[in-house]
Design a protein around this ligand. Structure first.
Ligand code: FA5
Length: 337
């Protein structure tokens, strides 16, 4: 077979090779050390110098055109193989993993459960009250009549028919007095709402935990005992507290129990508004008017009440510097607890 015929035949075999393996077999057969082209060059010695030069040129040209045909065809097979592999190994990284992912309790729920456990062990019942509350229970029954200036301190969201979003958990005191006969002890955790300018320590929607104890001869010493038990239970360490006079129409005397800011150890930071103290636990002895409106004779019974700022307590315990993170819905934040 002439060199030209051989080249032509080989090129068409390359073009019709069905697989990379078949192509490689053809390459070895034609271009290999013992292949057809190599065989042809064996006859070199028998040629005259002129013929040799011409044949050598043709042989080189044939070799080059075959090599580039092989390379091109091989590149085609390679890229087809790569595409097939990418298709086979393709992963959708946005598909959620199979099975259930572990969740966790919101830090507020964790603290609420701890406090409930602590107080039930001290003989307190856990009560629940509605978030949409009557104006009467939220204000009037707590000794805050319509024109009382204390109403301005707790501006809220009003609904038709004498209802509002409760501004504190104290209306559950009113419900508790009607539900339970003295002597009794109760707590009431829950969500409350205020028409509030939101900042690092103020939310329009936050959580409080109300407490009330009604018995005979309840004193401020009893109140302080329970508050200290509560705080050391929650923080698991000694916290510095201070008691200031505080005014709430439903207690007399009334106090503000502040704790030294645990985020800055009293040095001053955005959470404590640079004061070193965080207002956490307003409390006092229940006002006789409130007992009377709750159907309890203040001559026979008295008691204490407190309204713990549960959201602020969570911030203190976990060192959270901005209250907005707690209800921001960012799971990356919540997964830390
Ligand atoms: C009250 O709501 C009274 N009902 C508390 C009370 C109950 C006093 C029983 C006496 C007897 P005050 O408005 O201070 O009080 O709120 C109580 C706590 O809720 C505060 O100490 C604070 O920790 C928290 N708090 C108040 N406003 C906000 C707010 N906007 N965001 C987050 N926490 C708040």
């Amino acid at each position: 077979m002439s060199l030209a015929d051989l080249t032509q035949a080989s090129l068409s075999r390359v073009a019709s090779a069905a697989t990379a393996e078949e192509l490689e077999a053809i390459r070895v057969e034609v271009l290999g050390r013992k292949g057809t082209l190599a065989n042809l060059s064996k006859d070199f010695g028998k040629l005259s110098p002129e013929e040799r030069a011409a044949f050598g040129k043709d042989l080189n040209a044939a070799k080059q055109s075959l090599e580039s045909a092989f390379d091109a065809r091989k590149a085609g097979f390679d890229s087809a193989a790569l595409t097939a592999r990418l298709d086979a190994e393709w992963l959708d990284l946005t598909i959620p993993p199979a099975g259930q992912r572990p969740g966790s309790l919101h830090p507020l729920t964790q603290i609420q459960r701890e406090i409930e456990q602590l107080f039930t062990s001290l003989g307190f019942a856990v009560l629940d009250g509605p978030e949409v509350e009557s104006e009467y229970n939220n204000f009037d029954a707590l000794n805050i009549p319509a024109e009382h200036p204390a109403r301005d301190m707790q501006d809220t969201f009003w609904l038709d028919g004498g209802f509002c979003l409760r501004t504190h958990t104290s209306p559950v005191q009113v419900r508790g007095m009607k539900l339970l006969k003295p002597p009794f002890r109760m707590i009431a955790p829950g969500r409350v709402f205020r028409n509030e300018e939101v900042d690092a320590s103020h939310e329009h929607t936050f959580y409080q935990l109300e407490g009330m104890m009604v018995d005979r001869n309840v004193s401020v010493a009893n109140l302080i005992y329970f508050m200290k038990t509560l705080l050391s239970g929650i923080f698991g360490r000694e916290v510095t507290v201070r008691l200031r006079p505080g005014y709430f129409p439903f207690v007399e005397p009334g106090f503000e129990l502040d704790i030294q800011c645990l985020l800055c150890d009293g040095a001053g930071c955005p959470v404590c508004k640079q004061s070193g103290w965080v207002e956490l636990l307003p409390c006092g002895l229940v006002h006789p008017n409130v007992l009377r409106l709750g159907g309890i004779d203040p001559e026979e019974w008295n008691g204490f009440a407190f309204g713990l700022g549960m959201t602020r307590l969570v911030m203190m315990r976990y060192g959270i510097e901005d209250i907005r993170q707690l209800q921001g819905g960012d799971l990356r934040f919540l997964k830390q607890f």
